[in-house]
Design a protein around this ligand. Structure first.
Ligand SMILES: C[S@@+](CC[C@H](N)C(=O)[O-])C[C@H]1O[C@@H](n2cnc3c(N)ncnc32)[C@H](O)[C@@H]1O
Length: 275
């Protein structure tokens, strides 16, 4: 069956571009027009509408902002995996092992732009494995994402066998339990790991209700979608909410080069707030 194309005019594209930029600083370059047309055509069909002009009226009339959120959701990339960019987790293990944990009254880690949860759960598995008495410690991982859909999936913490391939074998054995769904076999993160992680929907370019300070912030493969102004602003806000000696970890293909900041370079894509 042929799926009918829904035409997206340049004016409509520019309206969408402005809406998305104003909400979350994601800059949709004109080269993304075909992608926007394809992804939002699906939303338009789901809502039973016929054109982009009808859709934009729908978004404007939705005072709850829910459809605007769904729009951003269909335009962003949520690609992630357990232990993605593994050297960062090696670094985390080294940094955490060197802490004199018993003397650290409180440890806060933030996974900003956590997608479907693989990143914060990878962090939680490392910490749980490192400290057998972690339940007696004040350790929390805050995991946030702009997408309500991703936060819902992340909270479920249920993954296919294929998604677990990147999880080290011993962690797979210890920290996941098999669940049988009507369709297939899945694996769920065990409570001893999931209870370390607090998921919240949060827009990085909006207000920050969290107080910190954080010892480690992961914000990987998120800033890449923002323009320079938003990246600069984010780097400064991360600096302010880290504790002295705390680190910001960005994606391997990202970096703070070209931005003004006071971080000390530690290794590729790892930056420390000076003590
Ligand atoms: C490519 S994923 C990266 C996931 C994970 N950090 C990783 O590296 O595997 C990017 C995530 O950033 C989220 N995101 C994009 N803009 C955001 C914003 N303004 N505030 C919070 N999250 C945002 C997206 O919803 C998406 O889940």
């Amino acid at each position: 069956m042929l799926i009918r194309q829904i035409v997206l005019s340049d004016n409509e594209f520019n309206t969408i571009r402005t809406l998305v930029y104003d909400l979350c600083s994601i800059d949709l370059h004109p080269s993304k027009k075909a992608l926007v047309q394809m992804r939002l055509s699906n939303r338009i069909r789901i809502l039973g509408l016929n054109s982009f002009s009808e859709y934009l009226r729908w978004v404007a009339n939705d005072a709850s902002g829910k459809e605007l959120g769904a729009m951003v959701d269909s335009l962003t990339t949520n690609l992630t995996s357990f232990f993605r960019e593994r050297p960062h987790f090696v670094y985390l293990t080294e940094k955490m092992s060197s802490l004199e944990v018993k003397r650290v009254p409180r440890l806060r880690i933030w996974s900003a732009g956590c997608s479907s949860g693989e990143e914060p759960y990878s962090i939680a598995m490392i910490l749980r494995d490192l400290w057998s008495d972690i339940d007696a410690m004040d350790v929390r991982i805050l995991a946030t994402d702009i997408s309500s859909n991703m936060i819902r999936l992340a909270r479920q913490g249920t993954y296919s066998a294929q998604k677990l391939e990147k999880v080290p074998f011993t962690f797979r054995q210890k920290y996941f339990g098999k669940v049988n769904t009507a369709k297939d076999e899945k694996y769920q993160v065990k409570p001893e790991v999931s209870r370390l992680v607090y998921f919240r929907r949060h827009n990085l370019t909006g207000p920050w209700p969290m107080k910190g300070p954080f010892e480690v912030i992961f914000c990987r493969n998120v800033m890449i979608y923002f323009d320079r102004v938003a990246q600069q602003e984010l780097a400064s806000r991360f600096y302010n909410i880290l504790s002295p000696g705390g680190v910001l970890i960005v994606g391997h293909s990202e970096g703070l080069t070209g931005l003004e900041h006071s971080f000390q370079y530690v290794r590729p894509s790892v930056y420390m707030k000076r003590s």
